[in-house]
Design a protein around this ligand. Structure first.
Ligand code: ADP
Ligand code: MG
Ligand code: MG
Length: 909
């Protein structure tokens, strides 16, 4: 038998103001375990417990459970003993039982992705001991029924069979509630709870064929294994895929003495945030429930109350509750338990100061004593991320560099999405009001089930409440709407993390899953009906609402300014039209890194001339057609140069294979034949002739310009004339003419000759001149290899990493979909190489191309213009390679600016 010979610490204790671990040990102890240890050490009241390391999870998966249990046995037994000592109770004792929770916790927080069991250690004897000890029958039986319910779900796999099913335990409870004509869990009598325990155990026996396990040690080990197993559950796997987390991290297991929020009106449980996770506002906020346990607040079992008085008043305003009614029936914790609130307020401040970032905390009040059960860096929307970072900077908590590093570049994208048009909102028909759980604007068709979120292009996932199983659907939907649950419900927290619009807890909604109907205010909405959500106000609106461009906050501008202070690379944009150019400039683009000219030819009036050019058999015929195109191109360039106001503009000469421009439908072919006064057969012949097996490896790029020099000539003329025209108007234009798809130095030299000759001709005609550059794209592997030779003649290089990736890997971009997903799923590839630059492989060519190019031309300007130019990790790579600029699509410019700054900061660190 294989054994774990290596001697290492697998179990770490915490509690009683001491701890074996600390917050830096997240990889080993998981985020939850590391922070429990840290809190314990800095004197925050944390129930005592221990953490089994993430390494054990990996051992469990590779070596199997027996070896692991064997190895752990001694240290777990002594750790339990240590908890017993602190708590003055005994695990498995029937008089004075120690109850524990078994909690998962990976190195990053994956809310609700893995499983937790509470109240473990109970059985038919221990529950009686608990009754005697606490003198609280109701509490003891409530804890027992909760334990069977959770253990049944997590360890014994008793989950609903189909999505229309409800949880088997919930079903039993609903049944009893109907029979007893009550609504809330808190209305169950002791007798009810005892009946539930009986019925639950019965359901377990029926479903699994075995009795519910009574031996606490047996319960404990099986729960530990179940937590390890949940690391490879579907939910956790999907979450890892979504965030690109590797599967070998594993989860830790935290075993901790229970504290009870369900001991009556002097007990409770809640969740709180040190700042607003939706807007970033610096206000302490959160929700709690009296006489409740664990996930009750998050799962939306009852409508939770607000922790602060301010929050409570804001809530009442939305819920249209009168102040007197609010204070009486929905008091805040601040009002109801002022001294507990004061203590909580002190801890939240202490923890935020300690971690210098917004915290998301869990707490429980057991019979008037406050316990903190978790703290972590709070998930937040893009807007909150920017505001919190800037505020912490202004408060002097973090410095400039740290402020920039706190911003996740891709999350800036959320801020750039459209918002509802204020005028359209005035006319909107609000059908109900929920809580503004996650800001944003969403319009879509109703779906009721997460796995149907793709049913329409834009969907609003409409649920009574969401659960971790719904993650994938939530990710796909445009917006999330729930009838139950507060600002800290699963739906709200997850939506904020995703930056997705969410309205939660809209109590007026009656959702009927079976018939797929949403009833509200006397109206019915069916699957497929359009509704809109305003995540900033909580309004639920009938039909679609028009949107408009968002207004960017002052903090956003400040972050961008700060980025430019630290970045050493320029950020340019890929823009083909003056409109795109203007958007990008607004976002701070410092030039255009790629203007594709082919799009200019597809407009109605131009495609005809273009086709005539292609179909012409003689140079003369081609020139004639090109002459028609010239003025149109020239005015396009004028528009773009003007929009960029003196910033450099890289124009790429015609690149795609010609067959993309000719008509493939009979009707259009006929039309063209008539227009050109040639036979249909001639058109058809030409179309057939242009057809290629591998058009991406075919007659395209500079191969066009080298076979039809007139094209290069005309395009150069259009560029240079446009620049001269602007010069007359007092506007500076800085064209950089870029030759695509070069593989040999001669290809480039030939093209450059035509460009220079044409430019000189135009200068002479106009008796004026401008400055311009001539460079090339490096997108064929051979060009990277021959970069020193090419650089002798080129003013600049721009890495076209789309083609370079395609040709280096030998994947066709258009067909790779057939296998890429499988490759990603199986881990053959870690990223889609067309999204994230393959740094190890393709990256070598980029590095080599840059080095060799600069070996013959030391000050060679180098940039990138593939899709990768706006992807944070690729931008970091470009910075390392010593590029002068990256270029990306207009809406990614802010992301690239921040990424460039982060890259520069990391490079110096
Ligand atoms: P998750 O990672 O899904 O948040 P947790 O492990 O934090 O799961 O536990 C789920 C719920 O149970 C939380 O509300 C937590 O505060 C509560 N809980 C966990 N352990 C204990 C405990 N020892 N005593 C009381 N409540 C607990
Ligand atoms: Mg938790
Ligand atoms: Mg290309």
């Amino acid at each position: 038998m294989e054994t774990l010979t290596e001697i290492k610490k697998r179990v770490f204790l915490f509690g009683d103001k001491k701890a074996d671990g600390n917050s830096k040990m997240k990889n080993l102890l998981g985020g939850k375990g590391a922070n429990l240890a840290e809190m314990s050490a800095i004197g925050i009241p944390v129930p005592p417990g221990f953490t089994i390391t993430t390494e054990v999870c990996t051992e469990y998966n590779t070596l199997g459970k027996d070896i692991v249990i064997n190895e752990l046995k001694e240290s777990v037994e002594s750790a339990i003993e240590s908890i017993e000592k602190t708590m003055g109770t005994k695990f498995g004792d029937s008089e004075n039982p120690l109850l524990i929770s078994v909690r998962s916790g990976a190195r990053v927080s994956m809310p609700g992705m893995m499983d937790t069991v509470l109240n473990l250690g109970l059985n038919d004897q221990a529950v009686l001991g608990l009754v005697k000890k606490t003198n609280n029958e109701r509490f003891a039986w409530d804890s027992y029924r909760r334990f069977i319910q959770m253990y049944g779900g997590v360890v014994l796999g008793m989950k609903p069979h189909t999505k229309e099913d409800i949880d088997p335990f919930e079903e039993i409870m609903e049944h009893l509630k109907d029979k007893r004509n009550i609504e809330l869990d808190t209305e169950f009598t002791v007798q009810d709870l005892q009946d539930l325990v009986y019925d639950f155990k019965d359901a377990v026996k029926k479903r699994t064929g075995h009795d519910f396990p009574t031996d606490p040690w047996d319960q404990l080990w099986r729960a530990v294994m179940a937590v390890f197993d949940s690391w490879n559950g579907d939910r956790a796997k999907y979450y890892r895929k979504m965030h690109n987390y590797p599967g070998d991290w594993g989860t830790a297991v935290n075993v901790q003495a229970m504290v009870f929020g369900n001991m009556g009106t002097n007990s409770g449980t809640g969740v709180c945030f040190t700042r607003d996770a939706g807007t970033g506002e610096n206000v302490f906020n959160g929700e709690y429930l009296i006489d409740a346990q664990g996930e009750d607040v998050v799962a939306g079992v009852r409508t939770p109350q607000q922790i602060t008085k301010l929050g409570s008043q804001r809530w009442a305003e939305l819920a249209k509750v009168e102040e007197a009614d609010r204070a009486e029936n929905y008091p805040s914790l601040e009002e109801l338990m002022p001294s507990i609130y004061a203590e909580l307020n002190e801890y939240q401040q202490k923890l935020e100061d300690h971690y210098s970032d917004m915290q998301d905390m869990e707490f429980t009040i057991q019979d008037g004593k406050l316990w903190i059960l978790q703290t972590r860096i709070g998930k937040r929307t893009g807007a909150a991320m920017v505001k919190i970072a800037m505020d912490l900077f202004k408060e002097g908590v973090i410095d400039e560099k740290e402020t920039l590093l706190r911003i996740e570049p891709n999350k800036l994208d959320e801020l750039l999405h459209p918002v509802f048009d204020t005028k359209a909102l005035k006319r909107a028909n609000v059908i109900a009001q929920g809580l503004p759980a996650s800001p944003g604007a969403a319009t879509g068709q109703i779906v009721f089930f997460a796995d149907e979120a793709k049913k329409f292009k834009n969907t609003i996932l409409t649920r009574i409440e969401t659960s971790p199983e719904d993650l994938e659907g939530m990710n796909v939907a445009k917006g999330i709407l729930t009838a139950r649950g507060g600002m800290t419900s699963h739906a709200a927290v997850v939506a904020r993390g995703m930056g997705k619009c969410c309205v939660s807890g809209a109590g007026a909604l009656k959702i009927d899953y079976k018939n797929r109907v949403l009833r509200v205010d006397g109206k019915e909405f069916h699957e497929g009906d359009w509704i809109s959500l305003n995540g900033s106000t909580g309004n639920i609106i009938e039909g679609k609402v028009a949107t408009m461009e968002p207004e960017l906050s002052g903090e956003f501008g400040e972050i961008m300014e700060l980025s430019d202070k630290y970045s050493t690379m320029e950020v340019r944009t890929n823009a083909d039209t003056p409109k795109d150019a203007a958007i990008a400039r607004n976002f701070g683009a410092q030039g255009i890194g790629l203007t594709r000219t082919e799009h200019m030819f597809f407009e109605v009036d131009r495609i005809k001339a273009m086709r005539e050019m292609i179909l012409a058999d003689t140079v003369k015929g081609r020139k004639h057609a090109l002459e028609e195109l010239l003025p149109m191109q020239r005015s396009d360039f004028e528009g773009i140069f003007e929009a960029m106001q003196g910033l450099p503009v890289t124009v790429r000469l015609l690149d795609p294979p010609l067959h993309e421009f000719v008509p493939h439908q009979l009707a259009t072919q006929k039309e063209l034949a008539e227009d050109m006064h040639i036979s249909l057969a001639a058109v058809k012949n030409k179309v057939a002739e242009l057809q290629e097996f591998n058009p991406m490896l075919g007659h395209r790029g500079c191969r066009l310009g080298n076979t039809y020099p007139e094209i290069t000539e005309t395009q150069t003329r259009a560029i240079i004339e446009a620049a001269l025209n602007l010069k007359e108007k007092g506007i500076v234009a800085k064209p950089e003419i870029m030759v695509p798809l070069v593989g040999t130095a001669n290809e480039f030299i030939e093209q450059k000759k035509i460009i220079t000759e044409t430019a000189n001709k135009v200068f002479k005609e106009r008796n004026d001149s401008i400055e311009y550059l001539v460079g090339t794209m490096i997108e064929i592997p051979r060009a990277a290899l021959m970069a020193d030779k090419i650089a002798e003649h080129a003013d600049f290089f721009s890495f076209g990493t789309n083609d370079l990736t395609q040709m280096t890997l030998g994947y066709s971009r258009d067909d790779a979909g057939k296998f890429l997903n499988v490759y990603l799923e199986k881990g053959i590839l870690t990223h889609d190489p067309f999204e994230v630059l393959d740094q190890e492989g393709v990256g070598q060519l980029v590095e080599m191309g840059t080095l060799r190019g600069r070996s013959t031309k030391p000050n060679l300007k180098v940039g990138i213009c593939g899709e990768h130019g706006g992807e944070p990790s690729s931008v970091e790579f470009c910075n390392k390679t010593g590029m002068n600029y990256v270029s990306c699509s207009p809406f990614r410019v802010p992301i690239a600016r921040l990424s460039a700054a982060q890259a520069a900061i990391k490079a110096k660190a």
